[in-house]
Design a protein around this ligand. Sequence first.
Ligand code: IMP
Length: 219
Amino acid sequence: MTELRLLLATTNQGKIREIREALKGLPLKVFDLRDVLRGGSYRERGRTFLENARGKSLYYSRAWDGLTLAEDSGLEIEALHGAPGVHSARFSRPEPSDEKNIRKVLRLLRGVPRPERKARFVCTMVLAKDGKPVREFRGEVRGRIGLEPRGSNGFGYDPVFYYAPKRKTFAELPPGAKNRVSHRGRALRKLKRYLAAAAAAAPAVRLRRVPRRAPSGRR
Ligand code: IMP
């Protein structure tokens, strides 16, 4: 098996932790932007998670000798017509933080009854090489926005994302349990299968590329 070099095109520590953990056991040397970031950084301008993930992966893969994985993810709340969506990280601009983002969501949902607090996390990943997309992976998980934050694990909106099958918020689940059911965990399992096959086949088989257009504009 060939060892592949994989750059995680993110500086988000929560994501880096979860992705590294999920990819353990593969013949991969994993780097993240702290290892390579010298020049400029990519500014997200996409209207969908997929556009952002594509933009990031292509941008960083041009300056990286190996595979690049970019991830864009976020929370979509039904009662807020899909917000915060692609603005999840910066929802409480101008000086966003996880705590302020959560406070804003709870404020906007004040008075909204439990059954109408439906939400989902979406994760899109794009693997790229030499400025070209190689493959895309997607995962989502459905839940509900709680009435108050609970738990201290995870990151972002985890304390208010109530996952009914476990009767807990994501922040109350141990990391392994979150990864088994989360949007990122689902996308990562698909990525992992793909990378395991690529490592077993490399260098005899070239990585396949995806077509340039998004499949039916899904987010
Ligand atoms: P971006 O993909 O870096 O633009 O940011 C995604 C944002 O969505 C994060 O900063 C979080 O606010 C939120 N988010 C994405 N995935 C998760 C998760 O697994 N738990 C909690 N919040 C998440």
